[in-house]
Ligand binder design. Structure first.
Ligand code: TYD
Ligand code: MG
Length: 439
């Protein structure tokens, strides 16, 4: 094995073969730390025919997490050697989920190693008492944050490794404190290398702050096979697992959970709407996240501002998109919405990334501003800068989902190639205003 030295900025992770006094990327002084990487020389590169590779891939079994929704979102379960980064804010339920997955493995007779670097073994035992009544004989727990010791512990007996959490792991070979970018990267690299060697799947837990500020977990995203983010507000029970990246299945998939008194329960058909008498400021639509459709209710409150800078608050809908929609309403509908305080909320606590709900957000804003009910009407479409309504993907499934909840009056973009009697087509937000009777 050959050793190669390079320098990494302990502040931002910048790499260079030469020493630097000041990091050219982040500007930090004296942040260069020397890393000695071992380069193993493999004897010979292996060439396989794709047909052979395909055959051997077909024989590999995916392991179940115990949650059918999560298995489906991962593309059928966990593969041997798969490295999953599980990110989320503190308190969202990452440790709970990891322990429940261990329990499922244990039920199937598979031994797992849970490295509780931030909690004591007793704390894990108390949590397991709360979560399940099975005998957790096959769940091995170790409260250790020295990475070298954990790597030494790993062997073929284990079918899953949990690292809880990456930020508390510590490699004595790296001279910085746990949680530093260099520690995070080194620990992740070593865990991944060992798990791949032994073909043990692993779930590496990482904390993320509310604004997603911590760059540590982001820095290791390219090293892992799958990146999963656990989202949810502390004051609601709803939890959403979002697959951000997946080398072994589709990305963008979601699985919905509920945090209950005795653990996480998957929610098969979540309802994020209320079809009862709709007051002004509400609008129903259907969002697509991954391969799933969700009927959602957009709520808006538009009120005359009393301050120099109007307030904009958005829950579950991206702020930059909201600002764009407000500008479109102001410019193309000639409404003074920019001088109003605006609050937008997606009912149920779901975060929607799909722009196909734009038309419904505009609908809810107009409905609130002009105090008019939209009633049992649903709007689908993406709004573009010129005020036109753009076609959205999976339109048919969206319409189907909306009809299932008993709404028959649906508005879609004119460009859609769909001809159905009870569906109205419009081309712009201006026309939307006319149809809703607000402009
Ligand atoms: P936890 O898994 O510790 O979160 P994380 O590892 O992401 O920091 O769980 C956090 C919260 O979940 C905690 O406030 C208690 C609550 N909880 C339940 O509501 N039900 C349960 O069965 C468990 C184990 C926890
Ligand atoms: Mg935890």
């Amino acid at each position: 094995m050959k050793e190669k030295a390079y320098f990494v900025c302990t502040n931002c992770g910048y790499e260079s073969l030469q020493w630097f006094g000041r990091c050219p990327k982040c500007g930090e002084w004296n942040s260069a730390s020397e890393i000695k990487a071992k380069i193993s020389k493999q004897n010979r590169a292996v060439v396989l025919s794709l047909r052979e590779a395909k055959k051997s891939a077909e024989t590999i079994n995916r392991l179940s997490t115990g949650f059918t929704e999560l298995d489906a979102a991962l593309g059928g379960g966990i593969l041997p050697g798969q490295v999953i980064l599980l990110g989320g804010e503190p308190g969202v339920g990452k440790s709970t989920l990891a322990l429940e997955i261990c329990n499922q493995f244990s039920r199937n007779g598979l031994e797992t190693l849970y490295v509780a670097a931030e909690e004591s073994v007793d704390q894990i035992a108390i949590r397991s008492q709360r979560l399940f009544h099975d005998d957790p004989e096959k769940i091995m727990v170790c409260s250790e944050n020295d990475l070298e010791q954990v790597v030494d512990l790993l062997n073929h007996n284990y079918s899953l490794l949990i690292i809880d959490s990456l930020q508390t792991m510590y490699s004595p070979q790296v001279g910085t404190y746990p949680g530093s970018i260099l520690q995070i990267r080194t620990c992740a690299e070593k865990i991944i290398e060992r798990c791949k060697e032994l073909s043990i799947p692993s779930i590496i837990i990482a904390h993320i702050t509310k604004s997603g500020e911590i760059s540590g977990p982001k820095l290791v995203e390219h090293l892992v096979d799958t990146v999963v983010y656990f989202e949810g507000e502390r004051n609601t029970e709803l939890r959403v697992l979002r697959i951000m990246k997946n080398r072994f299945g589709p990305s963008g998939e979601v699985a919905i959970f509920e945090m209950t008194e005795d653990g996480l329960k998957q929610v098969i058909n979540p309802a994020f709407y209320d079809t009862e008498d709709q007051l002004p400021g509400n609008c129903l639509t259907c969002a697509v996240e991954g391969s799933r459709t969700f009927v959602v209710q957009v709520q808006a409150l538009v009120s005359r501002t009393k301050s120099a800078v109007p307030r904009r608050v958005s829950n579950g809908f991206e702020m930059t998109r909201l600002l764009l929609l407000l500008a479109v309403i102001g410019r193309h509908m000639h409404l003074p919405i920019e001088s109003h305080d605006v609050y937008v909320n997606i009912l149920g606590g779901l975060k929607i990334t799909d722009p196909g709900i734009d038309a419904a957000v505009v609908g809810a804003l107009l409905s609130s501003m002009l105090d008019k009910r939209i009633g049992g009407m649903s709007l689908i479409g993406e709004v573009s800068l010129d005020g036109s309504l753009k076609h959205v993907h999976r339109l048919k499934s969206r319409i189907e989902a909306i009809r299932k909840v008993g709404i028959s009056s649906i508005i879609i973009p004119r460009t859609a190639e769909l001809k159905e009697e009870d569906i109205q087509k419009i081309s712009s937000v201006r026309e939307l205003g006319r149809v809703l009777g607000v402009t």
